[in-house]
Design a protein around this ligand. Structure first.
Ligand code: PXL
Length: 273
């Protein structure tokens, strides 16, 4: 082992590549870097949008053994005292979920931040249902912090409708009760009004985080970057509520600085000053 002059906090993301650079592992790494955290990736899948087919997702899973190999290398290199925080993004198949669940069980992680990416366009509906169920059964119970978007909050809470902040609070409480994980439920552009509202619930305090909406269209990578920023702040030792507040602030700035391209959605930019 070499001695280090700097000792940055370290965080791992288990996530997919999104080739155009807006979402997934690319967003996570940029977020970690910007927040002063040494970022590590175990790649779960590769998503390549198809510009010939309405920019639908083309999805290729990484072989489960290769995912296990990555996690073996990472956890052998970094001791639990050095690496205790993992963010989980898109996994995509039941086989991937199985592998990740088994690998995670080899270490007592302090912070497991789950962005519960439930469906990816371009996947078979049947396969997606299996994947949803596997994520809920095998990964959600391991999460210490979960960041569902509007759709995921409906699915995880069982509520029929989330159209008000009161509904979102109810959803956050239900998801906490079911999982034991601290919840940051994202209203984003899905709730009416001029504010982008998220609800934080840790079993004791229920807090509404709000910032003025930046337009009415969702920006690619916002959800990934929010969860990655929570993980980065937790890795640096922040409390969950402080991590949530810092992450919300960080993502709001990244949405304001978004990058347009020929793709039909803008991408967040974490590097703006
Ligand atoms: O935003 C969800 C997401 C996460 N991870 C990957 C993705 C996407 C959406 O496109 O491609 C790899």
């Amino acid at each position: 082992m070499t001695s280090a002059q700097n000792n940055p906090a370290i965080a791992l993301t288990i996530a997919g590549s999104e080739a155009t650079g807006g979402a997934g592992a690319q967003a996570d790494l940029k977020t970690f870097q910007q927040l002063g955290v040494f970022g590590i990736v175990a790649l779960s899948c590769i998503v390549s949008f198809d510009p010939k087919q309405d920019w639908n997702h083309r999805f290729v899973p990484v072989d489960p053994q290769v995912i296990a190999d990555q996690l073996e290398a990472i956890t052998a290199a970094y001791q639990p005292t050095q690496l205790d925080t993992v963010k989980i993004g898109m996994l995509g198949t039941p086989a991937t979920i199985d592998t990740v669940a088994q690998s995670l069980a080899n270490r007592d992680w302090k912070n497991v931040v789950l962005d519960p990416v439930l469906i990816c366009k371009g996947q078979e509906p049947g396969a997606a249902l299996d994947t949803d169920q596997a994520l809920k059964a095998q990964i959600l119970p391991k999460a210490s912090f979960v960041t569902p978007n509007h759709f995921e909050s409906l699915s995880l809470s069982g509520l029929a409708e989330i159209s008000t902040v009161e509904h979102l609070k109810e959803a956050a409480q239900r998801i906490y009760d079911a999982s034991g994980a601290t919840v940051l439920a994202k209203g984003g552009v899905r709730l009416a009004g001029s504010e982008a509202v998220d609800v934080f619930y840790d079993g004791t305090s229920l807090e509404v985080l709000s910032s003025p909406k930046v337009g009415e269209v969702a920006v690619s990578g916002a959800g990934c970057s929010l969860a990655a920023a929570v993980a980065a702040e937790l890795a640096k030792g922040a409390s969950p509520i402080d991590a949530a507040r810092a992450a919300k602030h960080f993502v709001t700035k990244a949405i304001q600085a978004r990058v347009a391209s020929q793709a039909p959605f803008d991408a967040v930019w974490q590097g703006a000053r």
